[in-house]
Design a protein around this ligand. Structure first.
Ligand SMILES: Nc1nc2c(ncn2[C@@H]2O[C@H](COP(=O)(O)OP(=O)(O)OP(=O)(O)O)[C@@H](O)[C@H]2O)c(=O)[nH]1
Ligand SMILES: [Zn+2]
Length: 354
């Protein structure tokens, strides 16, 4: 197996510069006609349905979706953003560009992921809830659910746990899964059981999504696509109906899209959003993101307690007293260990770069 040599800082800088150049070129800086301020109408509110390069599809107050340029002063614009737009007064029939995004309102929440160059990239915003999908097959595991819960708590977006594929649940597996799910309910997380295949529990999910902006997250194969399709069979149609005679290209499949559900509520979906996961956090923050630990954090004898075998550990005492589940406590340590490993790998790469 060939081992990849880590990239040097210089290589990374050059890659980034080329990447930005490409972005500007692809997004048609040269090809896109500039809209003159004098040909723009009054400011109005809009929502970003999807963003690609220097353009975004914006839903205006009257429900139309229009393709807009983005003012160069706007440094970050993602799906879900609430914006101020001005539409062109005169028809720019052949340009495909109907207006310009002038400003972005502050976000109440956002999802981010590491970008190519070790930075952080925001991928979607103004999300009200994260539906963490788990399933019977791939087998149910609290380790993965806890990683998603920590990531969700860190973003401050309320999570909801969904167990999909209950049609595959055998009497042998059921008790352990039920017990684990009850533990989540006991600490305050809503839990729902569905089968996207049989349509079971879908009405409850539809009710849950009403009047909210939601995302689905979860490991590969748990059935996120199946759930989205069950809720929104015409997903592609809804976002694909923006006329594209600009030659700027249609959305790529990786772009996050905001989709209106016929049963009410919005969904933001993309491969990137679905892969939203835990990738960095200081240990203290991880502890805080285990919500039932909060009552005990700060109660340890030593301020730098690692909550392992340290004497006078308040968390360990809470586990022994049955106030914190052992399973969650073990998953906490697993997460700390895996984040440590990732951090060491990053440090190693940075050192070998130098
Ligand atoms: N039995 C059963 N199978 C299901 C159910 N939901 C989804 N599946 C199947 O599970 C497999 C994976 O489903 P997907 O919807 O592609 O899963 P996903 O989470 O979107 O996976 P990625 O695209 O890899 O992230 C497919 O073969 C589905 O048909 C269900 O409720 N019951
Ligand atoms: Zn401790």
């Amino acid at each position: 197996m060939s081992k990849k040599k880590p990239l040097s800082q210089g290589q990374l800088r050059r890659m980034r510069a080329n990447h930005e150049k490409r972005l500007n070129r692809d997004s048609g800086d040269k090809n896109t006609p500039e809209l003159q301020d004098s040909s723009l109408g009054p400011e109005q509110s809009g929502t970003v349905i999807s963003r690609f390069g220097q353009h975004a599809d914006i839903e205006t107050e009257d429900g139309h979706i229009v393709r807009c340029n983005i003012r160069r002063t706007i440094t970050s614009l993602v799906t879900g953003d609430k914006v101020i737009v001005r539409l062109a007064i005169e028809s720019q029939a052949n340009s495909g560009i109907a207006g310009i995004v002038e400003a972005v309102h502050p976000r109440h929440s956002s999802l981010s992921r590491p970008d190519l160059y070790d930075g952080v990239k925001i991928i979607a915003s103004n999300i009200d809830q994260i539906l963490i999908v788990s399933s019977v097959l791939p087998s149910f595991t609290t380790q993965i659910i806890d990683r998603y819960l920590v990531a969700a708590e860190d973003t401050d977006i309320p999570p909801i746990i969904i167990l999909n594929k209950i049609d595959l649940l055998t009497p042998e597996e059921a008790p352990a899964i039920e017990e684990a799910l009850k533990r989540y309910q006991d600490i305050g997380y809503p839990v729902y059981k569905v089968s996207s295949k049989l349509g079971e529990g879908l009405e409850t999910i539809k009710a849950l999504l009403k009047d909210k902006v939601s995302v689905f997250a979860g490991q590969s194969g748990v059935g996120k696509s199946s759930l989205v399709n069950a809720l929104l069979p015409e997903a592609e149609l809804l976002v694909g109906d923006v006329s594209d005679n600009s030659g700027l290209g249609q959305h790529t499949t990786t772009t996050a899209k905001l989709l209106h559900l016929p049963s009410g509520g919005d969904l933001i979906d993309s491969p990137g959003v679905r892969e939203f996961a835990l990738w960095h956090l200081p240990a203290q923050r991880v502890g805080w993101c285990f919500i039932e630990f909060r009552d005990f954090l700060g109660g340890c004898k030593f301020r730098d307690c690692k909550h392992g075998d340290d004497p006078g550990c308040a968390l360990k005492a809470a586990v022994d007293a049955g106030k914190i589940s052992e399973d969650r406590f073990n998953n906490y340590h697993r997460i700390i260990a895996s984040l440590d490993e990732q951090r060491h790998a990053r440090q190693f790469r940075a050192q070998s770069d130098e």
